[in-house]
Write a protein that binds this ligand. Structure first.
Ligand SMILES: [Zn+2]
Ligand SMILES: [Zn+2]
Length: 302
């Protein structure tokens, strides 16, 4: 059933899947990064340091930072060379074992991603727009579960936050992928306007706030991504789709090619859009609040 997550038991947990510390090129110690996410009211996060030889292939252990109502996932941003643009691959792997073997010198990005997925990780294509990742690259990365539809650090520092175009193109090849928003925070720039944390997250539906439950929900696609708005319920109702949310100004229905439809209004908490013309393909929902902040449903197939 499309959008089944909204009818599953459990509650939505807010989490960030992509952040760095002094174990790689971040400015803050792991303890301080964990403290900040906990202080900001997050239910969980993953400290995903760069898994590179220069940093000793870190898989940062944040288990000691777990507390009542706050947990951490173990993972890393893993790298191998090279993409079609001669860039080193950036692949987010959430849920790695501590004994995940270092990247081999001749290991390709797709092979590394497969190895991470086989080791139990939820794998995502990191910041595709930021480094010019092509559709062919994304198709080659066949182990990826998700695409970063929004990367806050890349928004702040490069004005290249987007994964929308790549995700939609990938979906239109017939491949399924989900959509995550992340911070990719490094906490390096202390200017408030360049703050790269707390700008994009996932809301994961799980029955308990525990790493295994969250990881299983991520792999099952039981989440949505957000910069602020809450998606409370999305369901197909006959020939329409009905979306309940926190107060938003626009709700957009998207599908393959040029297919899109919008309903707008002031402080809407329920929207209904016709699905006419959308049958036989994938769809996804975007809700936009008065501040321009978005929430993105995962794609579904009709
Ligand atoms: Zn990266
Ligand atoms: Zn990163």
């Amino acid at each position: 059933m499309p959008f089944a997550v909204f009818d599953k038991p459990g509650r939505f947990l807010r989490g960030n899947l992509h952040t760095h510390s002094t174990r790689s090129d971040g400015a803050l110690a792991p303890e301080e990064v964990s403290r900040r996410y906990k202080a900001m009211g997050y239910d969980f996060y993953c400290l995903s340091d760069h898994f590179l030889k220069d940093y000793g292939f870190p898989i940062t252990d944040t288990r000691e930072h777990r507390a009542e109502g706050f947990t951490t996932l173990i993972g890393a941003e893993i790298h191998a060379g090279l993409t079609s643009q001669d860039e080193i691959w950036h692949i987010l792997a959430v849920g790695l074992p501590f004994d995940f073997a270092p990247t081999a010198d001749d290991e390709t990005g797709p092979a590394l991603a497969r190895r991470a997925a086989e080791a139990g990780a939820f794998v995502a294509i990191a910041h595709p727009q930021w480094y010019g990742l092509t559709l062919a690259d994304a198709e080659a990365l066949d182990a990826a579960h998700a695409v970063e539809i929004y990367n806050h650090g890349c928004a702040v520092h490069s004005d290249r936050p987007d994964g929308t175009a790549l995700l939609d193109a990938l979906l239109s090849t017939g491949r399924h992928a989900t959509a995550i928003a992340t911070d990719d925070a490094h906490f390096k720039d202390t200017a408030e306007e360049n703050a790269d944390a707390f700008g994009g997250w996932v809301m994961v539906k799980a029955e308990e706030n525990a790493p295994d439950a969250i990881l299983a929900a991520l792999k099952a696609g039981d989440f949505y991504a957000s910069q602020g708005p809450e998606l409370r319920h999305v369901a197909v109702d006959g020939d329409d789709i009905v979306i309940r949310s926190s107060a938003v100004e626009k709700v957009i229905l998207l599908g393959p090619g040029a297919r899109s439809r919008v309903v707008s209004g002031h402080a809407m908490t329920e929207a209904r859009l016709s699905l006419a013309g959308f049958s036989g393909g994938w769809i996804r929902i975007v809700a936009v609040d008065a501040a321009g902040r978005r929430a993105w449903s995962n794609p579904a197939r009709l």
